[in-house]
Design a binder for this molecule. Structure first.
Ligand code: DO4
Ligand code: MG
Length: 287
């Protein structure tokens, strides 16, 4: 099932989409304004969120198409977002090329311990159709389209799409600058929904396009089957010796890297799609 957040009411509105219909969970229970609240209720009644939602919508009327038009907002307001790195060969090769210290990327790609880094707080995270940032002190900037794992109390509850916005010039100058290359205003986008029914997260088609003034500057697709780590392995590394917050997102690394001649500019339009989840669209601003 797909869970969407709408922002057309002050407290928000939570929509669930089943195979064939959409339902307004907030209209059914006014307390259910967010995915977090739904997870809280499901957790208290020892049910999965899908079981809880199915019960809630059992006797409700589905929404008409017109009711579903309002803009979709950030679907999961995670307490923190972390990200895995160098989980695909193409990412390892790109870092090797951009860095004066390439060996460390080869080593982490092959190592038992994955690279996991802190990516964003809620204040730095945007939702669908909002602006993502490129740093004004960076010369080379890219989006990183990534499958996002949504975790409640450290356990996987579903998947989403994430954009790990990155400064390649700052990271390339010195790997110790990674936090500055990765964590800044509007550095992360999440959306368009929380999808709880993914059969195999390691077999999803993912694509990204970047448009500038109506021209396509980049377009490519890949599959999560090229990931060298499993979601379970990445989650195990994230929760190890780490009291994680109630709601978190863990991004799983990028497998789509534009040519080295490409850098983002303000007003560029980024569209990232993952099979069974949907499309996350954002435009770029300088921050
Ligand atoms: O090692 C630096 C970051 C890698 C990353 O963000 C990725 O592979 O997606
Ligand atoms: Mg990344």
């Amino acid at each position: 099932m797909r869970y969407y957040q709408l922002a057309d009411r002050p407290d928000g509105r939570l929509i669930v989409e089943t195979d064939s219909q959409s339902y307004d969970l907030t209209a059914i229970d006014p307390w259910l304004t967010s995915v977090r609240r739904l997870l809280n209720k499901a957790h208290t009644s020892e049910q999965s969120i899908d079981a809880y939602a199915r019960q809630a919508i059992a006797s409700a009327e589905p929404l008409s198409d017109a009711d579903q038009q309002p803009e979709r907002a950030l679907p999961v307001r995670a307490d923190e977002i972390w990200a895995a790195g160098v989980t695909y060969e193409i990412s390892e090769q790109a870092r090797e090329e951009e860095s004066d210290m390439p060996d460390m990327y080869v080593e982490v790609y092959d190592a038992d311990r994955p690279e996991i880094f802190f990516k964003a707080t809620p204040s730095r995270t945007v939702g669908p159709n909002e602006a993502v940032g490129i740093r004004a002190d960076s010369k080379w900037d890219v989006p990183e389209p990534e499958l996002g794992i949504v975790l409640y109390e450290g356990s996987i509850v579903g998947y989403t799409i994430g954009n790990d916005m990155s400064s390649r010039s700052i990271e390339g100058e010195n790997p110790l600058y990674l936090p500055q290359a990765k964590v800044y205003d509007r550095c992360c986008s999440i959306g368009p929904c929380l999808q709880t029914e993914i059969d195999d997260p390691r077999d999803l088609t993912m694509s990204m396009s970047i448009h500038r003034d109506g021209d396509c500057m980049y377009e490519d697709s890949t599959s999560t089957n090229k990931m060298v780590r499993s979601p379970d392995e990445l989650v195990a590394a994230y929760v190890a010796h780490n009291a994680v917050p109630e709601l978190a997102v863990l991004l799983t690394g990028t497998s789509l890297v534009p040519d080295d001649t490409f850098t983002l500019q303000p007003d560029d339009q980024i569209d990232i799609s993952i099979e069974d989840i949907g499309t996350l669209s954002n435009f770029v601003v300088s921050v």
